[in-house]
Structure formats: structure tokens, C-alpha cells
Design a protein around this ligand. Structure first.
Ligand code: NAP
Length: 444
């Protein structure tokens, strides 16, 4: 591993990278099959990733013809890392077993450990025999759409592929490790003005928000649209807010503290709702909604921007979904990609059909969408939203913080990179983009 890191730090050429010896094992953040029942009977809020996430050496897998082996300089915590580490709503070992049935190469994934992580920045070390567009030494970021390109359903929109999976969540060999195996069609160029950790935090959340809001597969936002963004300083919300501002929309950002509200204002979001201060009670109890509170919430939005939202960027799920469906404008769109607070959703269908609203389910992004979202990062038009950086051996603590909503934006994780701030290749672009934009979310 030392030779690999030295080659990266010295800017070695492709031939040098191709000749590097690949270690037989590598360091990885894993959960264990033998522990998948460890939280049985424990309330979701009390399931602690610090107990389930382990750092251990794992065997380096052989790569298939369409895959590459990468040295991971940095990765990030996504909410799916939280789901994997608390074995909710299901253990991810089932997904690995199902994947293993597909081919002899896929069998590699079915192990008694699961290397987590669905983001990475790093350097290509080896390419499979069928890889054309990438070579050892290329600096890359990775998007997490793991596509079966022999499935005909993948060839319109690859997110519709029946075998579509999320790398590092429904596959093994994820990004929270010193090495990782990905398909060549997951690679994207590393933004040259960013450090390894700044480059690593974007792909999953940024691409998800791009598809939900900008893509024709999502809400296809236009200039002047009012967009209500739940969790507007969280992982996906903070990119969503940037897309609304860049695209000439009018954002209404919802957060839960004055500090988070301040970040939004600094980003240029004028209409901010602190949901904690407003103390909305959308549910009277576990079974009864409080329609009066939906109306109060809608009134607060109108008071801020003078009209109802054209689009609601929805992901908290059960706690907010009925309110989102209620407040969205006649003919408007609720786009949802998640249900953090519970996935059994209820809403009043009368308001939905009588006001001709639409609901769009959205999940990650296809390669084209992820590439476009990465291109905007490369150009300095969308910025990383990283608040903190942890070392790989602190992955459990980092996942714990995301699970308990103790963070803002994204948490970066250093893997092979020994310290922060390395890997910036275009300081002139960085200066033009501005440290204040790149570091907006950094904790002081
Ligand atoms: P995150 O960084 O934790 O941010 C989520 C934000 O949502 C929090 O900052 C919080 O903001 C807000 N929130 C949480 N619970 C809430 C509740 N009960 N009511 C209102 N707001 C609430 O997570 P993320 O990375 O943005 O991901 C959010 C969800 O999307 C997760 O469930 C994740 O699994 C999912 N996701 C799905 C995809 C996909 O492709 N389908 C991709 C990425 C993420 P405040 O406390 O400030 O309001």
C-alpha cells in the first residue's frame, strides 16, 4: 500500500501504476454476517453503528473484464451506510446472496463480511481486459449505479434495469476501504480543483438531487419554480438547494436549527423555515393526521414566497409526506427518493386528485445524469457540502453522527490519503471558485 500511496503522491505515470504490485489484502470498513441480528428488538434510534462497523483486512478480489481496481484516497458516509450498519430496514447480506446467483464473477460478492461505502475518489490501479476508456493512473471519482449492461431494460434509462444495484450497499467491495472494485462505467473524472476528500463526498447525493430536480426523469425544474426542500442542509438537500438557486428557482429550505438556517442564508436561500422552532405536529398520534398543521405549514410557505410550491423535494417520509402532498401547488410535483422516518406513507388522496398533483419516485441517477452532475462540480458550478472529515478507522463514529442527525451536509472519510487537503491539481480554478464556496459547510 505504501508504494501505491507514493506513486499517487509523486504523480507517477500510467506505466508505473500498471507495474505496481497489488497487495493480497486491504483495510476496509465492514459489517459482519455473524452480527446481522445483533440489534434484534432494539429501537431504531438506539441501534449504534459504532458497535457494528469493524475495520479489518479483507482479501483483494480479482477483477472481471469490465471492472477496475482503484486505490481509494477518500470516501464519504451516506445514509445507506447507516442503513447497512444498523441492518435496517433489512440486512444487506441478502442482496449480496441474490447478486451472487447471477454469474461466476458475481459469486465473489457473497462473503461473510460486507465492505460498505458508495462514494470514492482515488486512482485507477488495474483495468479489466474489456475496459477501453480508462487506464492505470487516472484520477477518478465513482458513482454508485451498478448496472447489468446485458439486461435490455437497462438500455433506455439504466436506473430502470431490473438488476440495477447500488455499489457498496447492494454489492460488496464498497468505497470505505483502501482499495475497491467498481465497474468501468461507474468512473468519472476527479474534479481537479478539489482535494481527495472534497471530491469524494459528492457523487451519490449530488447525482440523486440532479435526477430528482433537474433531469426530465425527475421534476424537470424550470426558472421561477418554487421548490420546497426538506433537510436543505443535509446530504441530498444541500445539493438540491444549489440546483434550485443555479436554475433560477425559488427555494424554500426547511432545517431544524438556527445554525443550519444561517448556512442556507449564506448560500442565498432567502426563504427558510426552522421546523423545530415552528414545532409542526403533522401527526396527532401514530395513526391520526393533523390537517390543521398541514395548513399552518402551507401558510408559512405562502407568507415567505407568496405562493405554494411547484415542487416538493421529499425524503423524510412518514413524518412529512402527507404535509408535502398537501402543500404542493395544484398540478405540482412531489419528488421522493427516500423515507428516513418510516416508509409506510399516508396522504389525503382527495387533495391529490382534485388538484391534479403528481408524485415521482426517484432513485439515484443513470450514468449520463451522474456525469452531468459531476461535470457541474468540475466546472465549479456546484460545490461540495462537506462539514467534517474522519479517518477510515472512525467510520462507525461517522455513521453514528449521520444516524443521529448530528451533522450538516456530508461527512468525508480519509482512506489512503494520510491527511486532508491533498490532491488539488488546479489551484487557479480553485481560487476562481472561491474557498468560501468550497468550504461553506466546514465546521469552524
Ligand atoms: P442526511 O444528511 O441525514 O439529511 C437528511 C436531512 O433530512 C436531515 O439533515 C434533516 O434535516 C432532515 N430530516 C431528517 N428527519 C426528518 C424528519 N423526520 N422530518 C423532517 N426532516 C427530517 O441524509 P441524506 O444523505 O440527505 O439522505 C436523506 C434520505 O435520502 C435518507 O433516507 C437516504 O437513505 C435517502 N437517499 C436516497 C437516495 C436514493 O437514491 N434513493 C440517495 C441519497 C439519499 P433537519 O433536521 O435540518 O430538518
Amino acid at each position: 500500500m505504501k508504494n501505491i500511496l507514493e506513486a499517487i503522491q509523486n504523480g507517477a505515470d500510467s506505466a508505473t501504476f500498471a507495474a505496481l504490485e497489488i497487495p493480497a489484502t486491504y483495510r476496509a470498513a465492514v459489517v459482519l454476517k455473524s452480527e446481522q441480528e445483533m440489534f434484534a428488538g432494539v429501537a431504531s434510534a438506539n441501534k449504534d453503528p459504532r458497535k457494528s462497523v469493524h475495520i479489518q483486512e479483507v482479501a483483494t478480489p480479482e477483477i472481471a473484464p469490465d471492472e477496475v481496481l482503484i486505490a481509494v484516497m477518500a470516501s464519504s458516509i451516506n445514509f445507506n451506510t447507516v442503513w447497512t450498519s444498523i441492518f435496517e430496514p433489512i440486512s444487506t447480506f441478502g442482496a449480496l446472496t441474490r447478486l451472487a446467483r447471477e454469474s461466476s464473477w458475481a459469486k465473489r460478492h457473497d462473503l461473510d463480511y460486507h465492505v460498505m461505502g458508495s462514494d470514492a475518489s482515488g486512482v485507477v490501479l488495474r483495468v479489466g481486459s474489456a475496459v477501453r476508456n480508462w487506464k492505470p493512473g487516472d484520477k477518478i471519482t465513482v458513482h454508485c449505479n451498478h448496472v447489468d449492461d446485458q439486461d435490455p431494460t437497462s438500455h433506455n434509462d439504466s436506473m430502470l434495469g431490473s438488476n440495477q444495484r447500488i455499489w457498496g450497499y447492494e454489492t460488496n467491495f464498497g468505497g470505505l476501504a483502501d482499495l475497491s472494485v467498481v465497474k468501468a462505467n461507474q468512473l468519472m473524472p476527479k474534479p481537479a480543483h478539489l482535494s481527495w476528500e472534497e471530491a469524494a463526498v459528492n457523487a451519490l447525493c449530488n447525482s440523486t438531487s440532479y435526477r430528482m430536480l433537474v433531469s426530465k426523469n425527475g421534476a424537470n425544474m424550470k426558472q421561477g419554480d418554487v421548490v420546497l426542500i426538506w433537510g436543505a442542509s443535509g446530504g441530498i438537500g444541500a445539493y438540491a438547494l444549489q440546483y434550485v438557486l443555479n436554475g433560477g428557482g425559488i427555494p424554500v429550505g426547511v432545517v431544524s436549527s438556527p445554525e443550519k438556517a444561517q448556512i442556507l442564508r449564506e448560500m442565498g436561500c432567502e426563504a427558510v423555515i426552522d421546523r423545530k422552532a415552528a414545532n409542526y405536529k403533522f401527526w396527532n398520534d401514530d395513526n391520526t393526521h393533523n390537517e390543521k398543521e398541514w395548513r399552518r405549514f402551507g401558510g408559512d410557505i405562502r407568507a415567505l414566497v407568496g405562493e405554494d410550491p411547484d415542487i416538493v423535494f421529499e425524503h423524510p417520509g412518514r413524518s412529512t409526506f402527507a404535509a408535502s402532498m398537501y402543500v404542493v401547488k395544484r398540478g405540482g410535483i412531489v419528488a421522493t427518493c427516500a423515507a428516513t422516518s418510516g416508509y409506510m406513507l399516508e396522504f389525503d388522496n382527495r387533495h391529490f386528485w382534485m388538484r391534479l398533483k403528481r408524485l415521482i419516485g426517484s432513485h439515484f441517477a443513470n450514468y449520463r445524469e451522474a456525469w452531468e452532475a459531476n461535470r457541474l462540480i468540475q466546472k465549479g458550478m456546484i460545490h461540495p457540502v462537506m462539514s467534517q472529515v474522519f479517518m477510515l478507522d472512525q467510520t462507525g463514529e461517522a455513521a453514528y453522527q449521520v444516524h443521529n442527525n448530528m451533522h450538516e451536509g456530508k461527512i468525508g472519510v480519509l482512506c489512503l490519503a494520510p491527511r486532508e487537503g491533498m490532491g488539488i491539481d488546479d489551484p487557479a480554478l480553485r481560487a476562481k471558485v472561491g474557498e468560501e464556496n468550497i468550504n461553506r459547510f466546514r465546521r469552524k
